[in-house]
Write a protein that binds this ligand. Structure first.
Ligand SMILES: Cc1cc2nc3c(=O)[nH]c(=O)nc-3n(C[C@H](O)[C@H](O)[C@H](O)COP(=O)(O)O)c2cc1C
Length: 202
């Protein structure tokens, strides 16, 4: 829903259009400006905050899911453990992504943990959508016990069941929170961080 701010008294109106008149100071709609989604930050404040937000550390992962017998996966950095008792993690997935659609339908996903050798996988799963190509046509995988795809040569993985009451609508993305129902480190490797990926991508 759009938000409109009265430039005279700062009253905020929510709706597709500004109000006929401000209920606080009675000025007309011409005295309302749309509130940008900048959360009240000035351009400079936003620029500075964005610089700081880039200093948050992340890893890089391939999130897989399955629905209706079809598998798909995408790259995500927004994966984090929330609790250890029970083992519970959260991921942030754009609503437009096919992976989000599959997770919503099936309630399961895998987290394939990438290593510093996996730049090609980031390109393959992060820069094209399953809406257009079958990303697993050329990538060997197995199905985990939840039915979510695990890369055959995976370094380490988790399998997760989404807790339905804990799926949060955060605007452009879903925040899926789920219980870890399986996982294993399969081989030697150095986990890829987002910072390492950004400094070494070709
Ligand atoms: C380095 C990197 C990090 C990404 N992180 C996320 C993320 O955390 N959440 C998300 O929804 N998309 C993220 N993406 C974008 C998706 O991987 C991308 O949109 C993908 O094509 C979606 O595929 P799908 O439509 O087949 O699910 C990231 C992409 C890259 C390259």
């Amino acid at each position: 829903m759009k938000k409109w701010r009265c430039i005279v008294c700062n009253y905020i109106h929510e709706g597709p259009m500004p109000p006929e008149s401000c209920p606080i100071c009675s000025v007309g709609p011409e005295h309302f400006v749309e509130v940008e989604e900048s959360q009240g930050l000035s351009g400079e404040q936003k620029r500075l905050a964005e610089q700081a937000i880039f200093k948050i550390s992340y890893g890089l992962y391939i999130i897989g899911s399955q629905a209706g017998g079809k598998v798909n996966a995408q790259v995500a950095n927004t994966v984090f453990q929330i609790t250890s008792q029970p083992l519970r993690i959260a991921i942030g997935v754009n609503k437009q992504n096919l992976t989000a659609e599959y997770i919503r339908q099936s309630g399961i996903f895998s987290v394939n943990i990438l290593t510093t050798e996996d730049h090609d996988l980031v390109k393959h799963f992060g820069f094209q959508s399953g809406h257009k190509v079958d990303k697993f046509a050329t990538i060997p995988y197995n199905l985990g016990e939840t039915g979510a795809p695990l890369l055959q040569d995976v370094f380490a993985y988790l399998e997760v069941r989404v807790i339905p009451a804990m799926t949060v609508d955060v605007g452009t993305h879903w925040l899926f929170i789920g219980d870890v129902v399986g996982g294993k480190v399969e081989r030697e490797g150095e986990p890829m961080t987002y910072a390492y990926y950004r400094s070494t991508r070709r």
